[in-house]
Each structure stands twice: as structure tokens, then as C-alpha cells.
Write a protein that binds this ligand. Structure first.
Ligand code: ATP
Ligand code: MG
Length: 257
């Protein structure tokens, strides 16, 4: 169980980026986070990963506080961030280079197979398309066998077809070990295709406005009228988040829909 309790973040320049964040994410859940630019989505993900310290509150994973990055928590960024001087295989293996060589090789091969890049293991990052590079980044996150995967707009730099393809691919990857996932996205449709619950954040300071639990069966069908209905509800929530800006440190109760 991943819990986020009374979390706030004030940056050293005085900017209050997050306030009063309380979330519990159950094992294997796919939690979406949507909200306008600057509402603290990346800040939240970085704190959950242990890359950034919270100002108040805490993050715990199965009862243990997360205070630094760890293998159990994988991170995928908007851009693949592959090291150009390493082969695809070595990029994927980078985070597990402390393991025995045979274990490294076995895990790397498994991760590359799962993302469909085994034939490109020896390629250089520059030889990959954008979608392939992002699949390599997914493999790099998976190779540590994380129980939590954090994804910060992982597909937003890709064209629509590649994005759809990688959304399906992500669900396929999730189906093996069923890690808990937190997916930050600008794309409501992507959140509805992938997520069990969707947190709508509000800026000024960043906080939870609404948590939606769309009652949609899987696999999600974009053509389903209920899917379309939820898209409109969430778009409505998002535009409300822009209209109702607050300032200060007061508490903001979150609603559920
Ligand atoms: N290191 C920092 N120092 C000061 N302020 C910061 C820092 N990093 C982020 N911020 C500010 O905190 C707020 C939240 O930023 P964050 O990057 O978490 O937002 P976001 O929701 O991920 O936005 P986007 O959708 O554009 O990626 C923004 O106002 C941003 O300018
Ligand atoms: Mg961001």
C-alpha cells in the first residue's frame, strides 16, 4: 500500500507548490493524475519517488517512509532520457548494474522482450524512433522489478497513433507483475483508458480537487457512450479547476465523483 499523508511542498523560493495531499493507492491500482500546467503533478511524483523531499507530511510504501529513490519504485519521464553513449541493452541494465552479471543479463532480456525491443538490444538510442525510445525507458523502469511505477506524462511527446499503441503496451506490461502505477497525464482520454481512479488537481496551491472513479469495464472502449460521458465530466472538472483559483495555505476538502 502506498500512502501519501498531509503532504505539502514549499520550494526554497517560497512558492507553495502542493498543500494538504492525502492519497492511498492500493497495490496494483492504476491512479491517474490530471490537472493544468503548474498544479504540482510532477512535484508530487518526484516526492513519491523520493527524488524530492516534502516540506510537511510523508509518503510510505508498505509502512516504510520513502525518503530516497529506491529500486522498488520505477520512474518514467516525459522524454526517454536514454544515455546516448550506451546501447539500448546497457541503458536498460544501468539501474541494476550492482546485480550479478547473469542476473543483469536475464532481467534485461526479459524487460526488452516485454517491451518488444529484444531485436534492438545492441542498437544505439539514436537509432530508435520516439515510441521505441520510450519503450526502452519503460524497460529501464521495469528491470528493477518495481512494485510502484511512476509515469510523468510518458506519452505526451508522441504522435497519437504511437500514443495509443503505447497505452495498450503499458497495460500489457502492467498485467505481468501488476505494479501500483501513478500516471500523470494532460490527456483525459488517456487517463480514462488506463486508470482505475483519476485525481483532478487544482493549482494555486496544488491540491486535490476531485477523485473520480469511473465505472467503466475493461478493456476500455473509447466509443462507449459512458466513456464519452466521463470524458465530459472530467473536462468539466478540469475547467472548474482553472476557474476556482485560491491562494494561501488554508485546507481544501477534496470531493469524490
Ligand atoms: N525547483 C523549483 N523551484 C521553485 N518552484 C518550482 C520548482 N519546481 C517547480 N516549481 C513550481 O511549482 C509549481 C508546480 O510545478 P510542477 O512542475 O510540479 O507542475 P506540473 O503540474 O507538473 O506542471 P506541468 O503540467 O507543466 O508539467 C509550478 O508553479 C512551478 O513553477
Ligand atoms: Mg509536470
Amino acid at each position: 500500500m502506498l500512502t501519501i499523508e498531509s503532504l505539502s511542498k514549499r520550494y526554497p523560493n517560497g512558492h507553495l507548490a502542493l498543500t494538504g495531499i492525502d492519497l492511498t493507492v492500493r497495490p496494483g491500482e492504476i491512479l491517474g493524475v490530471v490537472g493544468g500546467s503548474g498544479c504540482g503533478k510532477s512535484t508530487l511524483l518526484r516526492i513519491v519517488s523520493g527524488l524530492e523531499a516534502a516540506t510537511t507530511g510523508r509518503v510510505t510504501l508498505n509502512g516504510t517512509a520513502v525518503t530516497a529513490p529506491r529500486e522498488e519504485i520505477g520512474f518514467v519521464f516525459q522524454e526517454p532520457r536514454l544515455m546516448p553513449w550506451l546501447s539500448v541493452r546497457d541503458n536498460v541494465a544501468f539501474g541494476i548494474r550492482h546485480l550479478p552479471r547473469a542476473e543483469q543479463a536475464a532481467r534485461t532480456e526479459e524487460a526488452l522482450r516485454r517491451v518488444g525491443l529484444i531485436d534492438f538490444a545492441g542498437a544505439w538510442p539514436r537509432q530508435l524512433s520516439g515510441g521505441m525510445a520510450q519503450r526502452a525507458a519503460l524497460a529501464r523502469a521495469l528491470v528493477g522489478r518495481p512494485s510502484v511505477m511512476l509515469l510523468d506524462e510518458p506519452f505526451s511527446a508522441l504522435d497519437a497513433l504511437t500514443r495509443y499503441d503505447l497505452q495498450d503496451h503499458l497495460l500489457h506490461l502492467w498485467s505481468f507483475e501488476r505494479p501500483t502505477m501513478i500516471l500523470v497525464t494532460h490527456d483525459i482520454e488517456e487517463a480514462l483508458v488506463l486508470c482505475d481512479r483519476i485525481v483532478v488537481m487544482q493549482p494555486g496551491p496544488g491540491r486535490v480537487q476531485t477523485i473520480a472513479t469511473p465505472p467503466l469495464s475493461r478493456p476500455r472502449d473509447r466509443a462507449d457512450p459512458l466513456f464519452e460521458d466521463w470524458k465530459h465530466r472530467l473536462l468539466g472538472e478540469l475547467s472548474r479547476s482553472f476557474r476556482e483559483r485560491h491562494s494561501g495555505d488554508e485546507a481544501f476538502p477534496a470531493a469524490a465523483i
